[in-house]
Design a binder for this molecule. Structure first.
Ligand code: NAP
Length: 340
């Protein structure tokens, strides 16, 4: 019998605070129709990212939040084509889309998905190091700050997919030192052991700021910001003259508290250059990025770490963990097997 309905996860009510797992519920809904020139995929891996927490509260970049009990929760995914109205995509092809959402099947409009090659890299890496977080890292390191041989690179939220990928790209491009900052021993151990950073400073431990001097006695030349004002102030203080910084994220400020502010004086004093980064600006370079990065992921020059849950119903639990900053690595929901 042909399946006509599917499971999806929706919000119970409109949100005004940081999302918790209990804010969501599974419902049965109609399986999507195949759009003109589009495809229907069975969803395999869903990416859970920090922007989801802001977007479902209408606090992201102007997008309208999902309607409770029916609207799609935003989520990038890798899936397999099961219906197609597009001559370039065949049943069985694997694709990536930022428009999939928290559901078992997704109808994707033309232009919102691209093919991914499961032979070129592990399939789940296409939601992490080879997905939007990886593109963000690549854009910041190679396009905006244009990392150079000998750079001393510092990045916070170091255990996450953006920072982990950014640090490894910086290393591959010739950085002489790659240093992370992360919250906790487990995270820092993973950053050194798996991502191969030279060091990772655990900011939850006293004295962590002084440790930077041991690893970068002449200061850092490039800083990749994912967290917020306090970390930025620390990084600028420890920057070489003419240092460069990428302002990518504000994880410590997304759900309340004082707004992120920074002192202009220390930036002037360091003659520093700041680049604001919005990954949307680099979507047209996705194929160049994949061509360069997939071989590095396949060969193990760029390593990945995943924080996985099994089953679509577990997506809200993983989001709550990410919102608490308790994730170690890329948050991935395993919805279905890679092959059926
Ligand atoms: P992630 O690092 O896996 O998760 C966010 C991390 O932020 C947490 O694990 C936590 O790590 C840290 N954090 C610090 N203070 C926090 C707080 N108050 N609440 C929650 N987390 C806190 O995330 P990611 O996917 O790699 O993304 C990293 C950053 O890049 C995020 O800020 C994200 O919004 C941003 N981003 C920006 C763009 C763009 O276009 N600009 C695109 C993608 C992602 P520690 O425990 O180590 O502090």
């Amino acid at each position: 019998m042909v399946q006509t309905d599917m499971k999806q996860i929706v919000l119970k009510n409109a949100l005004s605070a940081k999302p918790k797992a209990s804010d969501f519920t599974p419902i049965q809904s109609q399986k999507p129709q195949c759009p003109k020139s589009g495809v229907v995929i069975r969803v395999i891996y869903i990416s859970v990212d920090p922007y989801v927490g802001s977007r479902i509260r209408g606090k992201h970049m102007g997008e309208i939040p999902p309607v409770p009990m029916e609207g799609k929760i935003p989520g990038a995914a890798v899936g397999q084509v099961i219906e197609t109205n597009n001559r370039e995509f065949h049943i069985g092809d694997y694709v990536y889309s930022m428009e999939a959402g928290w559901r078992e099947f997704a109808g994707l409009k033309e232009g919102t998905f691209h093919k991914v090659d499961p032979e070129a890299a592990p399939l789940s890496s296409y939601v992490g190091a080879l997905g939007m977080p990886g593109l963000t890292a690549w854009a910041g390191v190679t396009q905006l700050t244009q990392i150079r041989k000998g750079d001393v690179f510092l990045v916070d939220a170091a255990a996450g997919p953006v920072a982990g990928t950014a640090g490894q790209i910086a290393r591959a491009k010739g950085a002489s030192k790659v240093i992370g900052v992360a919250g906790g021993e487990e995270k820092c151990q993973m950053v050194v052991d798996t991502y191969g950073f030279d060091a990772c400073l655990n900011y939850k431990q006293d004295g962590w700021q002084e440790e930077l001097k041991e690893h970068a006695p002449d200061g850092i030349s490039v800083y990749f910001e994912n967290v917020g004002a306090d970390m930025l102030a620390f990084a600028v203080q420890n920057m070489q003259l003419y240092g460069r910084a990428i302002l990518c994220g504000l994880a410590a400020h997304y759900h309340g508290g004082p707004p992120a502010t920074t002192l202009i004086g220390p930036i002037i004093g360091k003659r520093a250059t700041f680049h604001g980064l919005v990954v949307y600006d680099f979507y047209d370079q996705w194929q160049n990025f994949l061509n360069e990065m997939a071989p590095l992921v396949k060969s193990g020059q760029i390593n990945i770490c995943e924080d996985r849950v099994d089953g679509l119903e577990q997506a809200p639990v993983l989001l709550e963990k990410l919102m608490a900053g308790a994730n170690v690595g890329k948050c991935v929901v395993v919805v279905a097997p890679e092959t059926v």
